[in-house]
Design a protein around this ligand. Structure first.
Ligand SMILES: [Zn+2]
Ligand SMILES: [Zn+2]
Ligand SMILES: [Zn+2]
Length: 269
């Protein structure tokens, strides 16, 4: 399984559009891994996780292969993960020769918003609701939405993805996982865990995680036998508000066996 991280920022991106903070100014000067777009990932080229407003920019950067996915699974409806107005660009009048019906999966709010925004083009899409802790076969992979601690007015998901005996836990946006999610994971093995690190050194572990929560989550997953010595743990979804450059994040995370995501990072298991 190949996981291509297209973005690695929290909602504002880095540098944030209107921000003049010290971190945003440094990021502009440094460029490279310090420029972060809103998160999304492509799994094996045929399945995309989330559809941020930066999808247009991701296609400019990476080329057509980024827009050839057949399945889209959505974590929740925050705008940095879900921008259905641009999903509408995959319909006649806005695009040509783009292939078959696009399959879109998510919680009840994702389904509702897709049906509203795509109301005039519903025959171009197959829109299906998902339930937490139920496993679905999507795009040659087994996909299980798990409960997140994130958006109280909807069922936000993180995703457990399996293919050919290899597994990925796509673990953001969320605070420290709800007990039900840890319990479900307790019977599984995770080869790659991608975790929410929005808050950096800020003292907050709910809704989003901070560095301490990422380390604690890694320790807990090891303690309950979910991750093994060859499992990879990757932190992502960084906010400029935590004031940390890529190299600062590496100093704080790499010694604990946690890699720091950047835009374009590719993971293979
Ligand atoms: Zn987010
Ligand atoms: Zn800033
Ligand atoms: Zn969110």
């Amino acid at each position: 399984m190949k996981i291509h991280l297209l973005g690695s920022a929290a909602a504002e991106g880095v540098p944030a559009i209107f921000c003049r903070c010290e971190l945003c100014q440094k990021a502009k000067n440094l460029g490279g891994k310090d420029i972060r777009t809103r998160t999304s990932a492509l799994v094996d080229d045929n399945l995309k996780i989330d559809f941020p407003p930066d999808t247009f920019m991701h296609v400019l950067r990476e080329g057509d292969k980024i827009s050839e996915f057949e399945h889209l699974i959505v974590t929740h409806t925050h705008h940095d993960h879900f921008y259905p107005e641009d999903i509408r660009m995959r319909t006649p009048g806005f695009a040509r020769n783009y292939g078959d019906v696009l399959n879109i999966y998510g919680n009840e709010k994702v389904v509702e918003r897709c049906r509203e925004t795509l109301a005039n083009e519903l025959d171009c899409f197959n829109i299906a609701p998902l339930q937490a802790f139920t496993t679905y076969e999507i795009g040659g992979k087994l996909i299980t939405p798990l409960k997140a601690d994130h958006k109280p007015d909807e069922h936000s998901f993180i995703y457990f993805i399996e293919k050919d005996g290899k597994t990925c836990l796509y673990g953001h946006d969320t605070g420290v996982f709800p007990t039900e999610t840890f319990n479900w994971l307790a019977n599984r093995i995770v080869d790659i865990a991608i975790l929410d690190c929005t808050n950096g050194l800020i003292d907050r572990k709910t809704i989003h995680m901070n560095i301490e929560a990422v380390k604690d989550t890694k320790a807990k997953l090891a303690e309950i036998g979910v991750i093994h010595e060859n499992s990879k743990v990757v932190a992502t979804h960084f906010s400029h508000n935590c004031g940390l450059l890529h190299k600062d994040l590496e100093k704080l995370l790499v010694p604990f066996g946690i890699d720091v995501a950047y835009d374009g990072m590719e993971l293979t298991i």
